[in-house]
Ligand binder design. Structure first.
Ligand SMILES: Cc1ncc(COP(=O)(O)O)c(C=O)c1O
Length: 393
């Protein structure tokens, strides 16, 4: 995609055919809602599997837990990265077996570890001693992988690294302790941050993993089996990224540099990159106003906001492409949601150029909104219902 010049060109995001399909469906319904185009997800999955043909894909369910999406990915052979017992029930309720599941959340109650174990799950992430002890108690003999801290916070649009993971030394200690506790020290994971635009972040993370693999083998006789490279692969927003093929090529080269031609088992956990581009959030302009007669920018209030799916606009982190069918002269505006909460402003510093002809009742299409929208939407803030979602094929 080109650098943003104020004009949203639909074809940078969707083929004419796909957008026509989404729009034909959307035109008949009252806003706000998200339309998810399932064929787009199928294509993204096939592309990912093609590019990373040596890796096992574990879909990060949190990105969008819609049954139609889970079913599509189940049928294409995906595995699932699960964050809670509720996601587990949902995925297993669709017939996914325990061998296709990883409990990827490092923050969990001991009784939830037991819940997973009783249902047959044997693959657990950890990053702390107390969680490791809980796994040893509640899931005896399970495989554990330790998540390490990564750099890359500044180049990820939605960083994840500070809250999860531990330092390299501690990761080694935990893997040694895992063996002492009767668990199987299985591997190392990392997440370089979601929508990571600096591919070198995987290089730095893999270098850490390599140290852990080598030292545990040489000093402890522990031969680790698996690297979980997390998510972080790109969706198509306004800020530019490389394409997936470039990510795959570079990351594969980093792996080869560190591990030669015989890779350990490689897992990836895509969320955003699989789902985001398939979604279009359709909203309606509620009100347009100015704060004074001479104010240079308009406030455009729409019927969706931070509490109805657009929480990733916090700190204006994710910049969704916003499309309107109105045209003519543009002017930068502040884009805000409908609730009585002053935090409910999506973009204020980054002034979205929208046509001066835009009026209440017009629709704004928020492109690439398939991931981390519906699953974040509040239940009843200001009485507004959760964001409605339709999956179409
Ligand atoms: C453990 C884990 N794996 C994978 C993902 C998915 O990351 P992304 O959406 O960047 O692909 C997340 C996102 O929060 C995560 O927490």
């Amino acid at each position: 995609m080109n650098e943003f010049n104020g004009v949203i060109n639909i074809n940078d995001y969707y083929s004419d055919e796909t957008f026509a399909r989404i729009k034909a469906f959307a035109d008949k319904r009252e806003t706000p809602f998200v339309v998810i185009d399932l064929p787009t997800i199928a294509r993204a999955y096939d592309e990912l599997v093609g590019e990373f043909d040596y890796a096992d894909v574990y879909y990060a369910v949190k990105a969008n837990p819609a049954v139609d999406i889970l079913t599509l990915l189940r049928d294409r052979g995906a595995n699932f990265d699960i964050a809670s017992r509720y996601e587990l029930d949902k995925v297993m309720g669709l017939g996914v077996t325990a061998e296709r599941i990883s409990y990827g959340n490092t923050i969990k109650k001991a009784r939830d570890v037991r819940y997973f174990y009783e249902r047959g799950v044997r693959l657990f992430a950890t990053d702390s001693e107390s969680d490791l002890e809980a796994i040893a108690r509640e899931a005896p003999g399970a495989k554990v992988y330790v998540r390490v801290l990564t750099e890359g916070t500044l180049t990820a649009d939605w960083p994840l690294s500070r809250k999860f993971g531990c330092e390299t030394e501690m990761a080694m200690e935990l893997l040694i302790q895992a063996r002492e506790l009767g668990l199987e020290p299985y591997g190392v994971s990392f997440h370089v941050g979601s929508q990571q635009r600096e591919i070198g972040a995987w290089d730095a993370a893999l270098a850490k993993v390599k140290v852990i693999f080598d030292r545990l083998r040489d000093e402890q006789d522990i031969v680790l089996q698996m690297i979980n490279m997390g998510g972080g692969f790109p969706a198509n927003y306004i800020s530019r990224t490389n394409d997936l093929a470039t990510y795959a090529e570079e990351i594969t080269r980093f792996l080869q540099e560190d591990f030669g031609t015989e890779f350990p088992r490689i897992i990836i956990e895509p969320g955003r990159s699989l789902i985001a581009n398939a979604g279009v959030l359709v909203s309606e302009v509620v009100l347009i106003s100015r704060k004074s007669r001479t104010a240079l920018s308009r406030w455009v209030f729409v019927d969706v906001g931070k509490f109805s799916g657009l929480i990733e606009t916090l700190d204006e982190s994710i910049k969704y492409p916003v499309y309107t069918e109105k045209d003519g002269e543009d002017e930068g505006c502040v884009l805000a949601g409908p609730t009585c909460d002053s935090a409910d402003i999506m973009y204020e510093n980054f002034k979205y150029p929208l046509p001066l002809s835009l009026a209440a009742g017009d629709r704004l299409y928020w492109l690439s909104t398939g991931a981390y929208t519906t699953s974040y939407s509040a239940v009843e803030f200001n009485g507004f219902p959760p964001l409605v979602e339709y999956c179409i094929s």
